[in-house]
Design a protein around this ligand. Structure first.
Ligand code: SF4
Ligand code: SF4
Ligand code: SF4
Length: 272
């Protein structure tokens, strides 16, 4: 029973957030929303402990599809970065702002880029592609993410400054167009660079929040130097090219870790 404490803790944290938001916001949606996400994540952790090979993918599909299909397409909430700016500018504490605060801005101080490994609906599709580990050297084009971040901010600011009407409808269609664009660019880049996660490494604007916050993450993979035999297997299976044998916070590609545990699963000495 002791080994199942972690999923139970995860479930309790999400239930606490669910009940707190339900009561403070007087909206039962939050109870449903955070309970569902908590159950999905705890289930993934439980399956991982049970050594089920696709544990992470189960959580990724449960959370990713819920956000994309239910919250995005059915409920009409723009959960992308444009939606975040939109709700932030209108001063509305709703799905996109809460989602960004919990998963992408403050949450990473606790669980790093867990969002990228277990919940993102863009990566949910990209992870089906054939290049689980990059087959080409890393490119020096990470600056593109600043450009996409800036474009999203300018796009929403311009709508407000120009007093464009029917913003809710524009946000809904920009959510659809944005996702189609992300998937198209992500898939093209994955094949061009032979790397499923090329979009995450070079283009995704959300990493502007995720990377600096995850630098301070409480939850991170560390290496027991006494057990490590420097076989290099962990680096060979890492989708984000993290030097996980280095325990310092500024290790190579340290803020790229998505906590997928592939390195730990493949370490022959149980050093990670
Ligand atoms: S980097 Fe962006 S696209 Fe990739 S998993 Fe994270 S949020 Fe999703
Ligand atoms: S796989 Fe394990 S033993 Fe090998 S280098 Fe990595 S941490 Fe060390
Ligand atoms: S393989 Fe290890 S170091 Fe690489 S992203 Fe996954 S958890 Fe992080």
């Amino acid at each position: 029973m002791k080994k199942y404490i972690l999923p139970l803790i995860m479930l309790s944290i999400f239930e606490t957030v669910a009940v707190a938001l339900w009561l403070t916001q007087n909206n039962i949606f939050y109870l449903f929303n955070f309970s569902y996400i908590g159950i999905s994540i705890s289930l993934g952790v439980f399956l991982y402990i049970r050594k089920y090979k696709y544990a992470r993918r189960v959580t990724q599909l449960l959370v990713g599809l819920y956000m994309l299909v239910y919250l995005g397409l059915i409920c009409g909430e723009n959960m992308q970065i444009e939606g975040f700016w939109y709700y932030l500018f209108t001063g509305t504490f709703e799905a996109a702002t809460i989602h960004y605060a919990v998963a992408k801005i403050f949450g990473p101080l606790l669980f790093g880029r867990g969002w990228c490994g277990y919940a993102c609906w863009t990566a949910m599709v990209l992870d089906f592609l054939p290049y689980k580990v990059s087959e080409t050297p890393r490119k020096k084009i990470g600056w593109i993410r600043y450009l996409t971040f800036f474009v999203s901010l300018v796009f929403v600011s311009a709508l407000f400054l120009a007093h464009v009407g029917n913003l809710e409808k524009i946000m809904f269609w920009s959510f659809i167009a944005g996702n189609v664009l992300y998937y198209a660019v992500g898939i093209i880049l994955a094949f061009a660079f032979k790397d499923n996660r090329a979009f995450c490494k070079y283009i995704c604007p959300v990493t502007i929040f995720l990377k600096p916050m995850s630098y301070f993450s409480l939850l991170r993979i560390t290496c027991d130097q006494n057990k490590c035999v420097s076989c290099g297997k962990c680096k060979k299976v890492c989708p984000m090219e993290v030097d996980v044998t280095d325990n310092s916070r500024n290790r190579k590609n340290g803020t790229e870790c998505i906590l997928c545990f592939e390195c730990a699963k493949n370490c022959p000495k149980g050093a990670l």
